[in-house]
Design a protein around this ligand. Structure first.
Ligand code: HAM
Length: 422
């Protein structure tokens, strides 16, 4: 029996990688325009980093981590997210001496043992962006706008909604959780089994439940915005003011609490209605206190992660990868020898060309040209060689013209560049 990929883990096939490259390129271009630099981090860390960073009581740490002992007896975990590892690296390499904010981004796979479904996988990919060392609410607004610029660069912004909230400082949150539990406890019988368990363990997560029977109770829950300290409320007002000043539309969603314990004050999520239950395409927030909790200086931080599988799903088939301009078809070995250097020159110029290897008959090669979706087939057999020419055939119209082989590479390169700017 053939061995299959692990459940919830998928291959990203060549038919999809064009879209992935486009998404990653849009991310890099957007983040770098805002002064972010790439950092590449290990895929596994000490388990303790996540327990301390994300929080012992979160679903991620309690139920979803791939944790194992290595041969030396250390407990290691495949990273379920990137923020904890990035902060570990920030502290380890003394980034705090650099001009603030220190702006970093990283792109790569994360691992969570969740129930797989459309848009949710056990190995998935994030683009993760973090600004460290700057407490100003202007950074919160700037980071959120950058996230929306990324979606705009991909033409997706019209299909997405930005939700923002403030969950206050740790003290505000404790006061709110007490109020929330007071409200929820008498309604416990009306909640799903999962929420009844959350009530004792992590009551904030009840607000995030999608089970229909819980909605009437959740809708009437007290708002966290009424529990904010004066400072936290002022911070949130400023964030909203800056978002307004930048013309960035958003909805304030007091139920937006996020699933990781390190957040304080600003939290945000970008949602779609097009992917069913897995509606969050990106999420993030401020995490002042995390750097200190992981043994570093008292530097604040804010950032987000984009779920790349979900972005690629939204892009759909319309955004398939680049197609080759031409299939170059030598008929026989002499023609192959003349056309191989032409193909090389065209490819060196960055124009995508496919090459036949001389042995297949013309109808087979033309069939292949159709399947590849090339714009041109370039054909040369013994007769054309004798005249020093090749036939350039436009696949759509079937029109053919003769081009001297000496000029063929230049001709194809300029056709390729025209197509690109069209
Ligand atoms: P998160 O909300 O856990 O935040 O994940 C961010 C995004 O990753 C989600 O909105 C979703 O698009 C995607 N995602 C999460 N789990 C899965 C999954 N199993 N399959 C597919 N996509 C998934 C964080 O990870 C924080 N570290 C974000 C952050 C950075 N906060 C501050 N800095």
């Amino acid at each position: 029996m053939a061995i299959k990929a692990v459940r919830g883990v998928r291959d990203i096939l060549p038919s999809e990688t064009g879209r992935w490259q486009r998404v990653e390129a849009a991310g890099r271009a957007t983040f770098e325009a805002y002064g972010y630099r790439e950092i590449r981090l290990p895929l596994f860390e000490r388990t303790e980093l996540f327990a301390r960073g994300i929080g012992d009581e979160t679903d991620i740490v309690k139920k979803e981590m791939y944790t194992f002992e290595d041969r030396g007896g250390d407990s290691l975990t495949l990273r379920p997210e990137a923020t904890a590892g990035l902060v570990r690296s920030y502290i380890e390499h003394g980034f705090q001496v650099e001009p603030k904010p220190v702006r970093l981004y990283t792109i790569g796979p994360m691992f969570r043992y969740e129930r797989p479904q459309a848009g949710r996988y056990r190995q998935f990919h994030q683009a993760n962006v973090e600004a460290l060392g700057e407490p100003s609410p202007a950074v919160d607004a700037e980071v959120v706008c950058m996230l929306m610029d990324f979606f705009q660069a991909l033409g997706l912004d019209d299909r997405l909604a930005l939700h923002v909230n403030s969950i206050g400082d740790a003290g505000d949150r404790a006061a709110y959780v007490a109020r929330l539990v007071d409200y929820l406890a008498p309604h416990a019988a009306g909640l799903c089994a999962e929420c009844q368990a959350r009530l004792g363990r992590n009551p904030l997560r009840v607000l995030d439940c999608k089970v229909p029977e819980c909605q009437p109770v959740i809708e009437k829950a007290p708002s966290i915005l009424d529990s904010l300290s004066v400072d936290a409320a002022r911070h949130f007002d400023s964030v909203r003011g800056y978002l307004d000043a930048m013309g960035q539309a958003y909805t304030v969603t007091p139920r937006l609490v996020r699933g990781l314990d390190y957040y304080v004050r600003t939290t945000f999520e970008v949602k779609t209605t097009e992917l069913g239950a897995q509606d969050a395409v990106a999420g993030g927030g401020r995490y002042d206190g995390l750097v200190e909790r992981l043994g570093g200086p008292a530097d604040p931080g804010i950032g987000f992660a984009i779920g790349l599988e979900r972005v690629v799903l939204l892009l759909g088939d319309a955004a398939a990868g680049p197609r080759p301009l031409a299939l170059i078809i030598p008929l026989g070995d002499a023609a192959l020898q003349r056309l191989m250097p032409v193909a090389r020159a065209v490819r060196q110029a960055g124009v995508i060309a496919e090459l036949g290897y001389g042995a297949r008959k013309l109808p087979r090669e033309l069939e292949r040209a159709n399947k590849l979706g090339v714009v041109y087939a370039v054909i040369a057999g013994d007769n054309e060689l004798a005249a020093g020419e090749a036939l350039v055939r436009e696949m759509k119209t079937g029109e053919q013209r003769r081009v001297p082989i000496a000029r063929l590479a230049d001709e194809l390169i300029s056709l390729g560049n025209e197509g690109e700017s069209a």
